[in-house]
Design a protein around this ligand. Structure first.
Ligand code: ADP
Length: 305
Protein backbone atom coordinates (compact mmCIF):
# COMPACT_ATOMS: atom_id res chain seq x y z
CA UNK A 1 0.00 0.00 0.00
CA UNK A 2 1.36 3.46 -0.89
CA UNK A 3 1.51 5.75 2.13
CA UNK A 4 3.05 8.67 0.26
CA UNK A 5 2.03 9.64 -3.28
CA UNK A 6 3.74 12.47 -5.10
CA UNK A 7 2.37 13.15 -8.55
CA UNK A 8 4.00 15.82 -10.74
CA UNK A 9 4.90 18.03 -7.79
CA UNK A 10 6.02 21.45 -8.96
CA UNK A 11 7.52 24.24 -6.87
CA UNK A 12 9.29 27.43 -7.88
CA UNK A 13 10.92 30.27 -5.93
CA UNK A 14 10.65 33.29 -8.19
CA UNK A 15 12.44 32.29 -11.38
CA UNK A 16 14.05 29.20 -9.85
CA UNK A 17 12.20 25.96 -10.47
CA UNK A 18 13.23 24.00 -7.37
CA UNK A 19 11.02 20.96 -8.01
CA UNK A 20 10.12 20.12 -11.58
CA UNK A 21 7.24 17.65 -11.89
CA UNK A 22 8.56 15.16 -9.35
CA UNK A 23 6.62 11.89 -8.98
CA UNK A 24 7.20 8.87 -6.74
CA UNK A 25 5.32 6.77 -4.24
CA UNK A 26 6.43 5.23 -0.97
CA UNK A 27 5.09 1.89 0.24
CA UNK A 28 4.17 1.16 3.84
CA UNK A 29 7.12 -0.09 5.92
CA UNK A 30 9.81 1.05 3.50
CA UNK A 31 12.90 3.11 4.10
CA UNK A 32 12.63 5.27 1.00
CA UNK A 33 15.52 7.55 0.10
CA UNK A 34 15.47 10.86 -1.72
CA UNK A 35 19.04 11.12 -2.93
CA UNK A 36 20.64 13.95 -4.82
CA UNK A 37 23.26 16.70 -4.66
CA UNK A 38 22.82 19.96 -2.75
CA UNK A 39 20.25 22.17 -4.44
CA UNK A 40 18.53 19.22 -6.18
CA UNK A 41 15.15 20.06 -4.61
CA UNK A 42 15.06 17.38 -1.89
CA UNK A 43 14.20 19.61 1.06
CA UNK A 44 11.62 21.56 -0.93
CA UNK A 45 9.97 18.25 -1.87
CA UNK A 46 9.69 17.07 1.74
CA UNK A 47 8.58 20.52 2.91
CA UNK A 48 5.68 20.30 0.43
CA UNK A 49 4.98 16.76 1.69
CA UNK A 50 4.81 17.81 5.29
CA UNK A 51 2.60 20.85 4.67
CA UNK A 52 5.34 23.36 5.50
CA UNK A 53 5.30 24.79 1.98
CA UNK A 54 2.45 25.05 -0.51
CA UNK A 55 3.07 23.36 -3.85
CA UNK A 56 2.60 25.32 -7.08
CA UNK A 57 1.35 22.31 -8.98
CA UNK A 58 0.82 18.56 -8.83
CA UNK A 59 -0.73 16.38 -6.18
CA UNK A 60 0.70 15.13 -2.89
CA UNK A 61 -0.90 12.77 -0.41
CA UNK A 62 0.43 11.30 2.84
CA UNK A 63 -1.62 8.51 4.42
CA UNK A 64 -4.50 9.70 2.25
CA UNK A 65 -4.25 13.25 3.63
CA UNK A 66 -3.62 16.43 1.66
CA UNK A 67 -0.72 18.26 3.39
CA UNK A 68 -2.15 21.65 2.45
CA UNK A 69 -5.75 21.03 3.46
CA UNK A 70 -5.40 18.47 6.29
CA UNK A 71 -2.35 19.90 8.03
CA UNK A 72 -3.54 19.40 11.61
CA UNK A 73 -4.63 15.83 10.95
CA UNK A 74 -1.33 15.12 9.18
CA UNK A 75 0.73 16.40 12.09
CA UNK A 76 -0.69 13.62 14.27
CA UNK A 77 0.60 10.85 12.00
CA UNK A 78 3.70 12.33 10.36
CA UNK A 79 6.95 12.92 12.26
CA UNK A 80 9.36 15.41 10.71
CA UNK A 81 13.02 16.05 11.46
CA UNK A 82 14.27 18.94 9.38
CA UNK A 83 17.82 20.19 9.12
CA UNK A 84 17.47 23.02 11.61
CA UNK A 85 15.98 21.98 14.93
CA UNK A 86 15.17 25.55 15.98
CA UNK A 87 15.36 24.52 19.65
CA UNK A 88 16.36 27.21 22.16
CA UNK A 89 19.94 26.60 23.25
CA UNK A 90 19.05 26.53 26.94
CA UNK A 91 16.19 24.08 26.63
CA UNK A 92 16.86 20.77 28.34
CA UNK A 93 16.42 17.48 26.52
CA UNK A 94 13.54 16.24 28.64
CA UNK A 95 11.82 19.65 28.51
CA UNK A 96 11.92 19.61 24.72
CA UNK A 97 10.41 16.13 24.61
CA UNK A 98 7.66 17.01 27.11
CA UNK A 99 6.83 20.16 25.16
CA UNK A 100 6.61 18.30 21.86
CA UNK A 101 4.61 15.47 23.48
CA UNK A 102 1.99 18.04 24.50
CA UNK A 103 1.24 18.74 20.83
CA UNK A 104 -0.04 15.22 20.19
CA UNK A 105 -3.18 13.30 20.99
CA UNK A 106 -1.38 10.01 21.66
CA UNK A 107 2.29 10.79 22.32
CA UNK A 108 4.95 8.18 22.96
CA UNK A 109 6.37 7.89 26.46
CA UNK A 110 9.23 10.46 26.65
CA UNK A 111 11.22 8.43 29.18
CA UNK A 112 11.02 5.30 27.06
CA UNK A 113 12.04 7.21 23.95
CA UNK A 114 15.04 8.72 25.75
CA UNK A 115 16.04 5.25 26.86
CA UNK A 116 15.74 3.81 23.35
CA UNK A 117 17.81 6.61 21.88
CA UNK A 118 20.49 6.35 24.58
CA UNK A 119 19.77 9.83 25.95
CA UNK A 120 18.49 9.00 29.45
CA UNK A 121 21.61 10.36 31.15
CA UNK A 122 21.29 13.56 29.08
CA UNK A 123 17.69 14.26 30.12
CA UNK A 124 18.68 17.34 32.13
CA UNK A 125 21.33 18.48 29.69
CA UNK A 126 20.85 21.72 27.74
CA UNK A 127 20.50 21.44 23.99
CA UNK A 128 23.64 23.44 23.20
CA UNK A 129 25.76 21.17 25.44
CA UNK A 130 24.90 18.05 23.45
CA UNK A 131 27.37 16.62 20.93
CA UNK A 132 26.38 16.60 17.26
CA UNK A 133 25.38 12.95 17.46
CA UNK A 134 23.31 13.56 20.60
CA UNK A 135 21.56 16.52 18.98
CA UNK A 136 20.65 14.35 16.04
CA UNK A 137 19.35 11.61 18.33
CA UNK A 138 17.21 14.20 20.08
CA UNK A 139 15.96 15.34 16.65
CA UNK A 140 14.92 11.74 15.94
CA UNK A 141 13.24 11.53 19.35
CA UNK A 142 11.29 14.73 18.62
CA UNK A 143 10.22 13.35 15.23
CA UNK A 144 9.05 10.15 16.96
CA UNK A 145 7.36 11.63 20.03
CA UNK A 146 3.93 11.84 18.40
CA UNK A 147 3.95 8.11 17.65
CA UNK A 148 3.93 8.73 13.88
CA UNK A 149 3.18 6.19 11.15
CA UNK A 150 5.50 7.97 8.74
CA UNK A 151 8.67 9.86 9.60
CA UNK A 152 10.71 12.22 7.42
CA UNK A 153 14.41 12.52 8.25
CA UNK A 154 16.30 15.25 6.36
CA UNK A 155 20.11 15.03 6.17
CA UNK A 156 20.16 13.21 9.46
CA UNK A 157 23.84 12.36 9.50
CA UNK A 158 25.43 15.44 7.92
CA UNK A 159 28.28 16.63 10.11
CA UNK A 160 28.42 13.46 12.20
CA UNK A 161 31.57 11.43 12.65
CA UNK A 162 31.55 7.86 11.28
CA UNK A 163 30.73 6.33 14.67
CA UNK A 164 27.76 8.64 15.33
CA UNK A 165 26.61 8.16 11.75
CA UNK A 166 26.52 4.40 12.15
CA UNK A 167 24.63 4.77 15.44
CA UNK A 168 22.06 6.97 13.66
CA UNK A 169 21.69 4.37 10.89
CA UNK A 170 20.96 1.69 13.49
CA UNK A 171 18.26 3.91 14.95
CA UNK A 172 16.64 4.42 11.55
CA UNK A 173 16.54 0.66 11.04
CA UNK A 174 14.94 0.20 14.44
CA UNK A 175 12.28 2.78 13.60
CA UNK A 176 11.43 0.82 10.48
CA UNK A 177 11.41 -2.46 12.43
CA UNK A 178 8.68 -0.90 14.57
CA UNK A 179 6.54 -0.59 11.45
CA UNK A 180 7.09 3.11 10.79
CA UNK A 181 7.61 4.13 7.16
CA UNK A 182 10.76 6.24 6.76
CA UNK A 183 11.41 8.88 4.12
CA UNK A 184 15.11 9.63 4.28
CA UNK A 185 16.60 12.67 2.55
CA UNK A 186 20.31 12.35 1.97
CA UNK A 187 23.17 13.36 -0.28
CA UNK A 188 25.32 10.46 0.99
CA UNK A 189 25.50 7.59 -1.46
CA UNK A 190 26.75 5.21 1.20
CA UNK A 191 23.85 6.06 3.49
CA UNK A 192 21.27 5.41 0.79
CA UNK A 193 22.99 2.18 -0.22
CA UNK A 194 23.16 0.90 3.31
CA UNK A 195 19.68 1.91 4.54
CA UNK A 196 17.19 2.37 1.74
CA UNK A 197 14.89 -0.24 0.27
CA UNK A 198 14.29 2.07 -2.67
CA UNK A 199 15.72 5.38 -3.74
CA UNK A 200 14.49 8.27 -5.88
CA UNK A 201 17.52 9.84 -7.51
CA UNK A 202 16.86 13.58 -7.87
CA UNK A 203 18.95 15.98 -9.91
CA UNK A 204 18.10 19.63 -10.69
CA UNK A 205 14.52 19.24 -9.50
CA UNK A 206 13.79 16.14 -11.57
CA UNK A 207 13.55 12.46 -10.70
CA UNK A 208 16.23 10.68 -12.68
CA UNK A 209 15.32 7.15 -11.55
CA UNK A 210 13.46 5.27 -8.80
CA UNK A 211 14.66 1.79 -7.91
CA UNK A 212 16.42 -0.30 -5.28
CA UNK A 213 20.08 0.67 -4.81
CA UNK A 214 21.10 -2.55 -6.57
CA UNK A 215 18.54 -1.93 -9.32
CA UNK A 216 19.91 1.58 -9.88
CA UNK A 217 23.40 0.17 -10.22
CA UNK A 218 22.07 -2.35 -12.75
CA UNK A 219 20.10 0.32 -14.65
CA UNK A 220 23.30 2.22 -15.06
CA UNK A 221 24.55 -0.76 -17.04
CA UNK A 222 27.63 -1.07 -14.91
CA UNK A 223 29.37 -4.37 -15.09
CA UNK A 224 29.99 -6.68 -12.17
CA UNK A 225 32.90 -8.97 -11.52
CA UNK A 226 33.10 -12.24 -9.65
CA UNK A 227 36.19 -14.20 -8.83
CA UNK A 228 36.42 -17.70 -7.36
CA UNK A 229 38.30 -20.99 -7.33
CA UNK A 230 36.12 -23.77 -8.83
CA UNK A 231 36.18 -27.01 -6.85
CA UNK A 232 36.23 -29.08 -10.07
CA UNK A 233 37.20 -28.50 -13.73
CA UNK A 234 34.93 -25.98 -15.36
CA UNK A 235 33.79 -25.81 -18.99
CA UNK A 236 34.50 -22.23 -20.05
CA UNK A 237 32.27 -22.43 -23.12
CA UNK A 238 29.19 -23.16 -21.02
CA UNK A 239 29.94 -20.10 -18.92
CA UNK A 240 30.57 -17.90 -21.95
CA UNK A 241 27.23 -19.03 -23.37
CA UNK A 242 25.37 -17.37 -20.47
CA UNK A 243 23.83 -14.11 -21.73
CA UNK A 244 24.95 -12.33 -18.53
CA UNK A 245 28.65 -13.15 -19.08
CA UNK A 246 30.73 -10.63 -21.05
CA UNK A 247 34.27 -11.65 -20.12
CA UNK A 248 36.24 -14.45 -18.56
CA UNK A 249 39.88 -14.85 -17.56
CA UNK A 250 42.04 -17.12 -15.39
CA UNK A 251 44.39 -15.96 -12.64
CA UNK A 252 46.16 -19.16 -11.53
CA UNK A 253 43.49 -21.40 -10.02
CA UNK A 254 41.04 -18.48 -9.86
CA UNK A 255 38.56 -17.61 -12.56
CA UNK A 256 37.33 -14.05 -13.02
CA UNK A 257 34.01 -13.53 -14.74
CA UNK A 258 32.60 -10.14 -15.65
CA UNK A 259 29.12 -9.40 -16.86
CA UNK A 260 25.85 -7.58 -16.38
CA UNK A 261 22.32 -8.18 -15.10
CA UNK A 262 21.97 -11.00 -12.60
CA UNK A 263 25.46 -12.31 -13.27
CA UNK A 264 25.93 -13.82 -9.83
CA UNK A 265 22.59 -15.66 -9.91
CA UNK A 266 23.22 -17.04 -13.39
CA UNK A 267 26.75 -18.27 -12.64
CA UNK A 268 26.00 -19.72 -9.21
CA UNK A 269 22.97 -21.65 -10.44
CA UNK A 270 25.00 -23.08 -13.32
CA UNK A 271 27.71 -24.15 -10.86
CA UNK A 272 25.09 -25.68 -8.56
CA UNK A 273 23.66 -27.77 -11.40
CA UNK A 274 27.17 -29.12 -12.03
CA UNK A 275 27.89 -29.67 -8.32
CA UNK A 276 30.81 -27.28 -8.44
CA UNK A 277 31.57 -25.12 -5.42
CA UNK A 278 32.81 -21.53 -5.88
CA UNK A 279 35.54 -21.37 -3.23
CA UNK A 280 36.87 -17.98 -2.06
CA UNK A 281 34.04 -16.24 -3.94
CA UNK A 282 34.36 -12.46 -4.21
CA UNK A 283 31.84 -10.28 -5.95
CA UNK A 284 32.35 -6.66 -6.94
CA UNK A 285 29.06 -4.95 -7.66
CA UNK A 286 28.69 -1.59 -9.32
CA UNK A 287 27.90 0.94 -6.60
CA UNK A 288 25.30 3.65 -6.34
CA UNK A 289 28.13 6.10 -7.07
CA UNK A 290 28.65 4.49 -10.47
CA UNK A 291 24.91 4.63 -11.06
CA UNK A 292 24.67 8.31 -10.18
CA UNK A 293 27.43 9.29 -12.58
CA UNK A 294 26.01 7.13 -15.36
CA UNK A 295 22.43 8.39 -14.91
CA UNK A 296 23.13 12.10 -14.42
CA UNK A 297 26.34 12.53 -16.35
CA UNK A 298 28.12 14.28 -13.50
CA UNK A 299 29.89 13.68 -10.20
CA UNK A 300 28.38 12.05 -7.17
CA UNK A 301 26.51 14.04 -4.50
CA UNK A 302 29.26 13.45 -1.95
CA UNK A 303 31.77 15.05 -4.25
CA UNK A 304 29.51 18.02 -4.98
CA UNK A 305 28.74 18.89 -1.36
P1 ADP B 1 18.25 20.28 -1.57
O1 ADP B 1 17.46 19.98 -0.33
O2 ADP B 1 18.30 19.15 -2.53
O3 ADP B 1 19.64 20.81 -1.25
P2 ADP B 1 16.50 22.56 -1.89
O4 ADP B 1 15.11 22.05 -1.98
O5 ADP B 1 16.94 23.12 -0.58
O6 ADP B 1 17.51 21.44 -2.39
O7 ADP B 1 16.72 23.69 -2.98
C1 ADP B 1 16.34 23.54 -4.35
C2 ADP B 1 16.59 24.84 -5.10
O8 ADP B 1 15.71 25.84 -4.62
C3 ADP B 1 17.99 25.41 -4.94
O9 ADP B 1 18.34 26.02 -6.15
C4 ADP B 1 17.84 26.43 -3.82
O10 ADP B 1 18.79 27.45 -3.98
C5 ADP B 1 16.42 26.95 -4.09
N1 ADP B 1 15.75 27.37 -2.84
C6 ADP B 1 15.51 26.59 -1.75
N2 ADP B 1 14.82 27.26 -0.80
C7 ADP B 1 14.62 28.50 -1.30
C8 ADP B 1 13.95 29.67 -0.81
N3 ADP B 1 13.38 29.70 0.39
N4 ADP B 1 13.94 30.77 -1.61
C9 ADP B 1 14.53 30.75 -2.83
N5 ADP B 1 15.15 29.70 -3.37
C10 ADP B 1 15.21 28.58 -2.62
Amino acid sequence: MAVIEVDRLHKRYGDTVAVHDVSFSVEEGEIFGILGPNGAGKTTTVECLSGLRPADGGRVSVLGLDPGRDRDELRQVLGVQLQESGLPEKMEVREALDLFASFYRRPADPAELLDRLGLTDKARCRYKKLSGGQQQRLAIALAMIGGPRVVILDELTTGLDPHARRAAWDLVERIRDDGVTVLLVTHFMEEAERLCDRVALIDSGRVVAVDTPAGLARQAGESQRMRFRPSAPLDEDVLRALPEVTGLSWHGPQIEISGTGDLVGAVTSLLARRHIIAADLRVEQASLDDAFIALTGHATPDAVS
